[in-house]
Design a protein around this ligand. Structure first.
Ligand code: AMP
Ligand code: MN
Ligand code: MN
Ligand code: MN
Length: 275
């Protein structure tokens, strides 16, 4: 039987709106039959998602989306199908979690300087035990009418180089790929076209990723055009990476839906053949 995969999405353990159980129910309703929850820098939602998936006859694949830095640029690396008990990964992410908290404090302080108070209390309450992300700050700025839209929040305050941007050196790319590998998983370049790299930067990045032990790249995401898929597939082939697909779903009834994905091109090896 052909499974319908979605290997990239978020829950309340990071910046998603649904709890892991709610997310699995929505996946079921959208006919997803194989799911990985990939929250930012945390494994917190994994057990709940796994149990809910089992109860809904969905194949569960463990997942995470790691914040990494390579050549001073930020890249998201998805880890899939690793051992949830592996210490390499769970201890590796501890520093990222501290960095996220410290960054949230610094973003809040920068907003305070701009005369915008209350951010830290809002984002910590919203995130609860989950990771605080810039999405939480965007929600704060939007809900408190400091900006006209969430995108506006990134354009005015949170985006790279803007007034409340805090440049963070995340996990080293090589280390992060190593944690995933040590946990028996597959490292995947998330949304490769979102970094706005020139072709030569992309080739250097993919060479470094591959050398670190990376094995896959997202060829189909929730926002991919036909042309995007073609470009990503060509990178996959050139660097002998398998192809992953995932919606990067965060919030219901916004732009991208869980499981709403173009099929992977047929002439490329899917990442799940490595599972
Ligand atoms: P971060 O906390 O820096 O990892 O950012 C978390 C989330 O912010 C990402 O998962 C995106 O969903 C969102 N995000 C990042 N950049 C932008 C942007 N320029 N516009 C809108 N959303 C963004
Ligand atoms: Mn996110
Ligand atoms: Mn991402
Ligand atoms: Mn994501």
């Amino acid at each position: 039987m052909n499974l319908r995969y979605d290997l990239h999405c978020h829950s309340t353990a990071s910046d998603g709106a649904l709890t892991p159980s709610e997310l699995v129910k929505r996946a079921k309703a959208k006919n997803v039959t194989a799911l990985a929850l990939t929250d930012h820098d945390t494994l917190k939602g994994q057990q709940e998602a796994k149990i809910a998936a089992e109860n809904n006859q969905i194949n569960y694949i463990s997942g995470i989306e790691l914040s990494t830095t390579w050549e001073r640029k930020c890249f998201h690396i998805v880890g899939l199908n690793f051992d949830l008990e592996a210490v390499a990964l769970s201890s590796g992410i501890e520093k990222l979690q501290i960095q996220r908290k410290q960054r949230a404090e610094r973003i809040s302080a920068l907003l305070e300087k701009k005369g915008i108070s209350g951010a830290y209390q809002f984002v910590t309450e919203q995130a609860g035990e989950g990771m605080i992300t810039r999405s939480h700050f965007a929600d704060f700025l939007f809900q408190h009418q400091h900006v006209k839209s969430r995108q506006d929040a990134f354009d005015k305050y949170l985006g790279a180089g803007k007034s409340a941007f805090v440049n963070t050196i995340w996990a080293d790319l090589h280390d992060a790929v190593g944690w995933i590998q040590a946990a028996g998983g597959v490292a995947v370049v998330a949304h490769p076209l979102r970094y706005k790299l020139t072709a030569s930067w992309m080739r250097r990045f993919l060479a470094a990723f591959k050398e670190s032990g990376g094995q896959a790249i997202e060829v189909v995401t929730g926002r991919s055009s036909v042309e995007d898929i073609r470009v990503s597939m060509n990178y996959a082939k050139k660097f002998e990476l398998t192809a992953s697909l995932g919606s990067d779903f965060h919030v219901p009834d916004q732009w991208v839906e869980l499981g709403r994905l173009a099929p992977l091109p047929e002439n490329i090896q899917p990442v799940w053949e490595l599972f």
